[in-house]
Design a protein around this ligand. Structure first.
Ligand SMILES: C[C@H](O)[C@H](O)[C@@H](O)C(=O)CO
Ligand SMILES: [Mn+2]
Length: 420
C-alpha cells in the first residue's frame, strides 16, 4: 500500500510542479496548522456536573442516540487519544467548563476553580498539546429564562459574570502551565423566543457584563479572549442579544478575538468572506468550523465549498498565525470517534488543498481582468491529484492513509465503545 502511495505521490508532485506548486512546501506548511478538538462531540455536550447530565436549553441540540458515548472524563480522554492517533498534524483540546473533574461534588458554575481542571492541564502536558476553554452559559437553571450575562435579574447576571471571571482565570493558568495561550471563548445563548421590546437594554447589559467579567487582563501568552455571535437559537428565534454586529463591535473595541462559527449566519451568508473583513480591525480570530444543514445543526464537517473558502482565505492571505482553528460539531447519531476523525480530516484536507493553490498566478490573472482564465484555472484545480498528496502526507505523519482509519474506528468501537 505504502509503495502505491509513494508512486502516486511522485506523479502528483510532477503535475503540481507543472502549474508552479511545490507539494513538499505545502506539506511542510501544514505544520503551521493546529486544530482545536472540541471535547463535546465525545458525549453530546452533556458534561460531568452530575452523573446523568445532558444538554438542555441554550438553543442548541444534539440528535441521535448512538451507543458508546463517553460517560466520564477518563472516557473523554481515551476517546480523544484515539482520535489524535488517527489524525495527521497537530491538535489541541477545547474544553467546556462542564467537563471538570468534580469527583461527585456539586460545583455550581460560579464555583469552578483551577483544581477542577488541573487534571486536564496535566493530561495536555502528557499529550504535548495546548488547551482552550469555554465558560458554559447554558444547560443550567439560571439560564432557563433565556438570559445569562444580559439578564435583568441582577443576581443571575452576577452569577454568570462570576462564571466568566473564573473561567478566564482557569484559562490563563492553563496557558501559563502549558506554554501556549489558551483561547477562552464566550458564547451565551441569550435571546428571546418572541419579539422583545427592550433589545437595547439587554445589549447594554451584555456589554456591561463582558466588561466586568473581562476586567482582569492576563498576558496574551497565557490567554486570549474570544466572543462568539449567532443569528438565532432554537426557542430563541426572535432576537439574539449577542448578534454579529454586537460582537464584531465588541471585539474591535477591545481588540479581542472574534469567533466565527460558520453555522451562525444566515444560510446565504458566506463565512469565509468574513475573515478578511474582520481581520482588518482585530489582531486575531477564532474559528468554529462546523456544517450547518438548514440551521445551526452542527453536522460533522465535510470537505465542501464553504470549508474550502475558509481555509483558502486563511492560506492565501497568510493569516495562519492570526487564526485559531477550532471545530464545533456534535452528531450523536453516528460513531462519535468516526465523527471527529472524518470531520477533522476534512478540515485539514481543505487547508492542504489551499496550500496547493498557485495563488500568485491566480491573482495575476485576476488583476489582468482575465476572468474566464481565472474561472477555468479554479475548475481545473478541483481535479488535480490532491488525494495522492494527502495520502503521502498521512503516510509521512504515520497515520492511516485514505479510508484506512475506518477499520481502526470499527475495532475501537468493538473493543471499547460497545462495552460502555
Ligand atoms: C458548545 C459550543 O460552545 C456551542 O456550540 C457554541 O460554540 C455554539 O456554537 C452555539 O451555537
Ligand atoms: Mn460555536
Amino acid at each position: 500500500m505504502s509503495e502505491l502511495v509513494k508512486k502516486a505521490y511522485e506523479i502528483a508532485k510532477e503535475q503540481y510542479a507543472a502549474i508552479g506548486v511545490d507539494t513538499e512546501a505545502a506539506m511542510k506548511k501544514m505544520s503551521e496548522l493546529t486544530i482545536s478538538l472540541h471535547c463535546w462531540q465525545t458525549d453530546d455536550v452533556g458534561g460531568f456536573e452530575t452523573p446523568d447530565a445532558t444538554l438542555s436549553g441554550g438553543g442548541i441540540q444534539t440528535t441521535g442516540n448512538y451507543p458508546g458515548k463517553a460517560k466520564s472524563v477518563a472516557d473523554v480522554r481515551q476517546d480523544l487519544e484515539k482520535v489524535m492517533s488517527l489524525l495527521p498534524g497537530k491538535q489541541r483540546v477545547n474544553l467546556h467548563a462542564i467537563y471538570g473533574e468534580f469527583h461527585g461534588e456539586i460545583v455550581d458554575r460560579d464555583q469552578v476553580e483551577l483544581k477542577h481542571f488541573q487534571g486536564w492541564i496535566d493530561w495536555c502536558k502528557e499529550q504535548g498539546i495546548g488547551m482552550d476553554f469555554n465558560g458554559t452559559f447554558f444547560a443550567h437553571p439560571k439560564a432557563a429564562e433565556g438570559f445569562t450575562l444580559s439578564s435583568k435579574n441582577e443576581e443571575i447576571r452576577q452569577f454568570w459574570v462570576e462564571h466568566l471571571k473564573r473561567c478566564r482565570a482557569i484559562s490563563a493558568e492553563a496557558g501559563k502551565q502549558l506554554g501556549t495561550p489558551c483561547v477562552h471563548n464566550t458564547w451565551v445563548p441569550d435571546g428571546s423566543k418572541d419579539t422583545p421590546i427592550d433589545r437595547n437594554g439587554y445589549r447594554t447589559l451584555l456589554q456591561k457584563s463582558l466588561d466586568e467579567g473581562m476586567a482582569t487582563k492576563y498576558p496574551k501568552e497565557y490567554m486570549k479572549d474570544a466572543v462568539e455571535s449567532k443569528t438565532f437559537g432554537i426557542g430563541l428565534e426572535s432576537m439574539t442579544v449577542g448578534s454579529n454586529e454586537f460582537y464584531v463591535g465588541y471585539a474591535v473595541k477591545n481588540n479581542i478575538l472574534m469567533c466565527i462559527d460558520n453555522g451562525h449566519y444566515h444560510p446565504t451568508e458566506i463565512a469565509g468572506d468574513k475573515i478578511s473583513a474582520v481581520l482588518q480591525y482585530v489582531d486575531g480570530l477564532l474559528l468554529h468550523v462546523t456544517r450547518p444543514v438548514r440551521w445551526d445543526s452542527d453536522h460533522v464537517v465535510t470537505l465542501n465549498e464553504e470549508i474550502q473558502l475558509i481555509a483558502s482565505e486563511i492560506v492565501r492571505n497568510d493569516f495562519m498565525s492570526r487564526v485559531n482553528v477550532g471545530l464545533d460539531f456534535f452528531d450523536a447519531s453516528i460513531n462519535r470517534i468516526g465523527a471527529y476523525v472524518t470531520g477533522t480530516r476534512a478540515a485539514q484536507k481543505a487547508f492542504l488543498i489551499a496550500m496547493l493553490e498557485p495563488t500568485k498566478d491566480l491573482v495575476a490573472v485576476e488583476e489582468a481582468g482575465k476572468n474566464f482564465e481565472r474561472l477555468a484555472m479554479l475548475e481545473e484545480l478541483k481535479t488535480m491529484p490532491f488525494a495522492a498528496v494527502w495520502d503521502y502526507y498521512c503516510l509521512q505523519e504515520g497515520v492511516p492513509t485514505g479510508a484506512g482509519y475506518i477499520s481502526e474506528i470499527q475495532k475501537y468501537e468493538e473493543e471499547v465503545l460497545s462495552k460502555r
